[in-house]
Each structure stands twice: as C-alpha cells, then as structure tokens.
Design a binder for this molecule. Sequence first.
Ligand code: ADP
Ligand code: MG
Length: 250
Amino acid sequence: MLLNVNRVSKIFGGLIAVNDVSLKVQTNSITGLIGPNGAGKSTLFNCIAGYYPATNGDVYFKEEKISHLPANKIATLGLARTFQTSQGFAQMTVMENMMVIPKGQRGEHPWWGLINGKKVKEQEEEHRNNALKLLEEFGLLERKNDLIANLSAGEARIAEIARQFMLNPEVLLLDEPAAGINPTLQNQLVKILLKLRAQGLTLLIVDHNLGFISSLCDYIYVLNLGQNIAEGTPQEIFKNPKVIEVYLGG
Ligand code: ADP
Ligand code: MG
C-alpha cells in the first residue's frame, strides 16, 4: 500500500469538511476521488499533502506516518500535488516555473547557495537539463520561453503537472486536472497520465468529469458532505444507487 488515509477528519470552525474518511491507494494504481462541489475533496488533498493539519486521523505514505509533516517535507518524500486553480506563477515563463520547485520546495535553506557557489551551479545545471527533458516529454518544449499567462488553460495545467516532476514523485495527487480544458487537451492529458502510470507512477485524481475519471481509474472513492459514501471499480460505482442519487439529484 503506497498511501493509506486512516479516518481523517478536518473541521473548520463548526464545519466538518472531511468526516472520518479512509482510503487506500495501491502502488502504481490510478485511484479516483469524486463527489459534488463542497464534498471535501480538495480539503482531503490538503490534509494528505500537508497543507492543512488534519483535525483527526493519520496519513501513511510508504508505511511512514506523514500526517505531522509540513508540505515541503512530504514533497521530498515523493508525494506531490497539483492545485485546482493555478498558484500564481502567471508572470513566469514555463522554464522559470519548472525551476521554482528545486529552488523552493526541497527543504533546503534558501541561502545555502551563498556558502557553496560551485555546487549550486552544478545543481542548477542538472535541474535545467532535467526541466528541458520533462518539457519535451510533456510536449511543452517549444513553449519554454512563453509566460504561463499566455498558455491555454490546458497547457497551463500540463505545465503544472510537468513542474511537479522536478522532484521525481512516486505519487501525484491531481485536483480537477481536466476542469476547463478542451476535449483535445483532455485526451492529451489522459495519454500523458497513462504513460506516467506505465512508467511506474501512482496517481490519485479528483475530478467532476465522470467520463474522464472512468477512462482512467482502477478504483474510485465517492465523497458527499465530507463522508465516504461509496467505493469500488468504475463499473460498481456508476451503478451504485447512492452515487446515482448524489449525481442525478434526489
Ligand atoms: P470540494 O473540493 O469537494 O469541492 P472543498 O474541500 O473545497 O470541497 O470544501 C469542503 C467544505 O469545506 C466546503 O463547505 C468549503 O466551503 C469548506 N472549506 C474549504 N476550505 C475551507 C477553509 N480554508 N476554511 C473554511 N472552510 C473551508
Ligand atoms: Mg475542490
């Protein structure tokens, strides 16, 4: 088991955003997390990736308890996430955006470069080569000098995913990766994600788009009002009466 979320709750003031949710992500699987707006999906991602402390419960990654660790530490252990909305690097170029992670999220002291200039230069060169390789793999090499702000929504989404690979993650959490992007890029995204899985990556994906999710996932969890109301294979999920009620009204 690569990721094990054990009875996690998150309370904001009086609101129980995530209510006693457990889920498991098998190594090299593509696991889905679906549910209506406000179900608690993004909050659960934030608890897993260390952006919010959970009110209750624990998260284990590779059998190690990570629920007390800060996000940058969790990222260096091999767990990365993307956000639902872009995180404000709009005025950076695609290439500069790639270089943010090794500089800022490795948990290194930002000033250590002043102490050992040569080593930093070598590292920077290595990061740059890695970034170019990733941009090629993600089909963004020609866009490397373009501002993020000038990319289409879909390209920006793919650039954000590519950026996460600077830390060579073992599991990637994607929050609504297909939202607001056109069907052509959605298909490109599906291809990229399947290729990454074939290379050994494990994925946990939040999305509203049931077609997108069922084309990708081996196993799906359904949240509603903070609670896990169903889980199973896509086939099982889409004929589950509770899920049908939540999605088709009731
Ligand atoms: P989803 O991603 O499934 O749409 P969220 O996790 O964003 O749902 O939100 C779940 C609930 O928690 C919502 O009612 C939302 O308003 C609330 N919520 C999310 N983040 C915060 C926060 N930082 N402070 C207070 N309430 C929040
Ligand atoms: Mg959300």
